[in-house]
Design a protein around this ligand. Structure first.
Ligand SMILES: [Zn+2]
Length: 361
């Protein structure tokens, strides 16, 4: 059984997802930008120089950057579409997630020219501004007839994080910088309503590790972490630590008390209480822990159980990649986040932006 990172196999696994680049192949895949992002993050975290290997694909990524004007409105909006297929038929497909994925990809590709010259800060800022609801939350797309946040889209903590991260990539640093585009106090007020009694953040009072990570990253980006009182932070740290499945037995996870307890998952992390361990939640939990309590984060890293779980249970030694758990086939998302969390524990990865440290702002 392997206990080291199978880098060569992971690089092959990830590169297979990029065979569609540059643009020769027609596809109706609406998630192209996401596929490119997860692949490029994984490859760059494994030391591949993507700016060199995929330089010829940069113009293709640029094509996903769209500026649009709505009849009857003066403002121009801009952002990224997830694929060129969606762009042709419908101009309303610029979205916050695709915009963040593309901007982070372009950072890894060292496209300074895009950030200095190509991107239109004003119109991209207009797009983000219009995605914000009066309560501070964000939709990820606009209803392009109005333009207002799309009523068919959800609003949740992910989009608060994404909006803040995009603005940071556009150069916003101080609260005043962010205020040029969004109402920072209202974002923070909205995120405060998602605090849960047992610590962390989630919907309907149920803490969720993914939402917790998004919220903490957004608080950090918007300089709002000190708005969270120390008692809440402690409860959150405690909740996060208890998401790690342990054979040596916390009360919560002992066999018999938790029907989802599986001794094979020792060291893995759950995303919610009473759920099975999952590769991606190691990232969401540990990223959250690192933001709140670097000491506890280092303790978990030093113990080595999380690394052991990922390398021996969810890493695929034959074809490369990581899977969600010790049963499923490897997939791109869990491969990216499996590599990401291992590099986060190594100290070479930026969890706030989910890219290798050297490319983070
Ligand atoms: Zn997962």
């Amino acid at each position: 059984m392997s206990t080291s990172l199978e880098s060569t196999k992971h690089v092959k696994f990830l590169k297979r997802h990029l065979l569609m680049l540059p643009s020769s192949q027609q596809s109706h895949d609406v998630n192209r930008i996401a596929i490119i992002f997860y692949s490029i993050v994984g490859l760059s975290a494994l030391g591949v120089d993507c700016s060199r290997e995929y330089a010829s694909s940069i113009p293709y990524i640029y094509q996903h950057y769209v500026k649009l004007q709505i009849p009857g409105y003066e403002e121009v909006f801009s952002g990224f579409v997830g694929s060129l297929a969606t762009n042709v038929s419908n101009t309303s497909c610029i979205s916050l997630p695709n915009t963040l994925f593309a901007l982070l990809t372009l950072r890894i590709m060292k496209c300074d020219e895009f950030f200095q010259k190509t991107v239109d800060r004003e119109s991209l800022g207009n797009f983000i501004r219009k995605c914000q609801y009066p309560d501070g939350s964000f939709a990820s797309v606009l209803d392009m007839n109005k333009p207002t946040p799309s009523p068919v889209d959800s609003t949740d903590l992910r989009f608060c994080y994404i909006a803040a991260a995009i603005l940071r990539l556009l150069g916003c640093e101080t609260k005043e910088d962010f205020e040029e585009f969004i109402d920072v106090d209202r974002v923070i007020d909205y995120m405060m309503t998602k605090k849960c009694d047992f610590g962390g953040f989630g919907d309907y009072g149920e803490t969720h590790a993914g939402y917790t990570s998004c919220a903490l990253c957004a608080f950090q980006l918007l300089h709002g972490l000190d708005k969270l009182d120390s008692e809440f932070k402690e409860r959150t740290v405690d909740w996060l630590l208890h998401r790690q499945v342990s054979n040596s037995g916390t009360v919560l996870l002992q066999e018999g008390k938790n029907p989802y307890y599986d001794p094979e998952e020792n060291g893995g992390f759950q995303g919610r209480e009473n759920k099975f361990a999952d590769t991606c939640y190691a990232f969401w939990c540990l990223n959250s822990l690192k933001i709140l309590d670097e000491n506890e984060f280092n303790n978990v890293c030093r113990a080595g159980l999380a690394q052991d779980y990922l390398l021996t249970k969810t890493q695929n030694n034959l074809i490369g990649g990581f899977s969600k758990n010790d049963e499923d086939d490897p997939d791109l998302y869990h491969t990216c986040l499996g590599i990401a969390v291992l590099q986060l524990m190594n100290g070479t990865f930026d969890g706030i932006f989910c890219i290798p440290k050297q490319f983070a702002p």
